[in-house]
Ligand binder design. Structure first.
Ligand code: 7TS
Length: 405
C-alpha cells in the first residue's frame, strides 16, 4: 500500500485555499501541520453539541466528555506503547512538558555540580528550562557537540557522560536540520552512566513510529499540533516510578485528593500533574489525529516523505549559490538552506507572494545557527500531503527569488 495522495489532500481542507491568489503550497510542517477533517470535525462536534467540563460532573455531558477525553489517553498509551495509561500526562505541548520535568524532576533531585547534557541542535525549549533549573541548583548544562553535517558526535557524548550526569535531553529529530538522532543508543549510554533520558519527540511523533518501552526512555514529550492535531495540547510520557516521586507541577482543581488548611494531599497519576480545566476539545480531537496517522501507516508516511526530501534535496542542489544546512546521513523531511546574496527572510517573503509557505529565521535554535556559522536559514519541511509538484513549484519559486535578489 502507498499513500493515496489525492485522498489525503482532500482530508486537509486548508490545502484548497488560495494565498495571495495562488494555490497554497504549505511547506512549514515542522512549525505546525495542517489539520485533517476528523480532527476538525471532532472539535466542531465538541463545541457545537458536547461542551461541558470533565472529570467532576455526574451529568450526561460531563460523563461523556470525560470518557472521550480519557479515550485519548488510552489511545496515546497504545500509540507510543507506554506500559501504563497513567504514565500519560496531558500538557499544553512540548514546551510545557519539558518545563514540568525541569521543575518537578531537575529542581527536586539535582544537586550542586550535577550535570544536564543537551545537544547543540536543541530547540530553545529543550535548553532554557534546564538552564533555569540548573541556575537555581548550582547544576551545569553541558552541550553535546555535533559535526559539520549536523550529527551528534557520539564519541564526544560518551566522553561527557560521567557520574555527575543526571539528565540527558535531546531531540529525536532536529527541527532545523532534520537529523534523526540515534536515541536508542544514546539512552543506553545515559543509563549506563546512571542518568535519565528525556526524548523531545516534537518533530518525530508524526514521522516515525515510537515505542517508549523499547527505547526505554524515562520521559518523552511532544505537541499535538505537529501531528495534525489541535494546538494547545501535548503529551508528557514518564515512567511511573519517576512521576510518582516527583512533586506536582501546579496546584489547583483535579490534582488534589483532600484539601484542608491542615495540609493537602494530592491525586494519583496522571491527575497529580493536571491541575485545572484542560483543553478538553483539543484532548478529544487528538485521538482522531492518532487514528488518522495509523490509517496511513508509518511505513507509507516515511516512504512518501523520503521521496519528497530526496527529490527536493537533489533539485535544490542544482541551484547555484544555494547551500543545504544539515546533511546528516539519517534525515527526516526538513530542508534548511541559505542562498548567496539573499537573506532568508527575503527568500521567505518572496516565496510567500507565490503562495509558498516556508519558515525563515533561527527556528528557536540559536546555538545551532552559531555552530553552523549562519544567523538564520530558510527551511522547507514536508508532510504526507505534500507532492512532487509542490516541490517543483518551490524550486521554481526559489529560482525566481534568486533572479529577483
Ligand atoms: N522541540 C522541538 C524539536 C520543536 O521542533 C519544537 C517546535 C518544540 C520543541 C516546541 O514545541 P511547542 O509546540 O511547545 O512550541 N518547533 C517549531 C519550529 O521548528 N518552528 O516553529 C516551532
Amino acid at each position: 500500500m502507498s499513500i493515496d495522495i489525492k485522498k489525503v489532500r482532500n482530508d486537509f481542507p486548508e490545502l484548497a485555499r488560495l494565498v495571495h491568489d495562488k494555490p497554497l503550497i504549505y511547506l512549514d510542517n515542522a512549525a505546525s501541520t495542517l489539520k485533517c477533517l476528523p480532527v476538525i470535525n471532532a472539535l466542531q462536534q465538541h463545541y457545537t453539541n458536547e461542551a461541558a467540563n470533565i472529570h467532576r460532573g455526574v451529568h450526561f455531558l460531563s460523563e461523556q466528555g470525560t470518557m472521550k477525553y480519557e479515550a485519548t489517553r488510552e489511545k496515546t498509551q497504545s500509540f507510543i506503547n507506554a506500559k501504563e495509561r497513567h504514565e500519560i500526562i496531558f500538557t499544553k505541548g512540548t514546551t510545557e512538558s519539558i518545563n514540568v520535568i525541569a521543575q518537578c524532576y531537575a529542581l527536586e533531585f539535582l544537586n550542586e555540580g550535577d550535570e544536564i547534557l543537551v545537544s547543540t541542535m536543541e530547540h530553545h525549549s529543550n535548553i532554557v528550562p534546564w538552564q533555569m533549573a540548573a541556575l537555581k541548583k548550582g547544576a551545569i548544562v553541558r552541550e553535546i557537540p555535533i559535526n559539520d553535517d549536523g550529527e551528534i558526535i557520539l564519541d564526544e557524548y560518551k566522553k561527557l557522560l560521567s557520574e555527575k550526569t543526571k539528565i540527558v535531553s535531546t531531540c529525536h529529530i532536529s527541527n532545523s536540520l532534520g537529523t534523526i538522532n540515534p536515541i536508542k543508543e544514546m539512552i543506553t549510554l545515559a543509563h549506563d552512566a546512571g542518568a535519565i533520558f528525556v526524548v523531545d519527540a516534537a518533530q518525530s511523533i508524526a514521522h516515525e513510529s515510537i515505542d517508549v518501552q523499547s527505547l526505554d526512555c524515562d520521559f518523552l514529550v511532544y505537541s499535538s499540533h505537529k501531528m495534525f492535531g489541535p494546538t494547545g495540547f501535548g503529551v508528557l510520557y514518564g515512567k511511573e516510578d519517576l512521576l510518582n516521586k516527583m512533586p506536582p507541577y501546579q496546584g489547583g482543581g483535579d490534582m488534589i485528593d483532600v484539601v484542608s488548611f491542615d495540609g493537602t494531599t494530592y491525586n494519583d497519576l496522571p491527575h497529580k500533574f493536571e491541575a485545572g480545566t484542560p483543553h478538553i476539545a483539543g484532548g478529544i480531537a487528538l485521538k482522531f489525529a492518532y487514528e488518522y496517522i495509523e490509517s496511513l501507516g508509518f511505513e507509507n508516511i516515511i516512504a512518501h516523505e523520503k521521496m519528497l526530501l530526496d527529490y527536493a534535496t537533489s533539485q535544490i542542489k542544482e541551484i547555484e549559490g544555494v547551500k543545504v544546512i544539515g546533511e546528516a546521513k539519517k534525515k527526516a523531511s526538513v530542508l534548511s538552506f541559505v542562498m548567496d546574496g539573499g537573506h532568508p527572510h527575503d527568500i521567505g517573503t518572496i516565496l510567500d507572494r507565490q503562495g509558498i509557505a516556508i519558515r525563515t529565521g533561527h527556528h528557536c535554535t540559536q546555538p545551532l545557527m552559531k555552530r553552523m556559522n549562519v544567523t538564520a536559514t530558510a527551511r522547507a519541511s514536508f508532510s504526507v500531503y505534500n507532492t512532487l509538484e509542490d516541490i517543483d513549484l518551490f524550486i521554481q519559486g526559489l529560482k525566481k527569488t534568486k533572479e529577483f535578489l
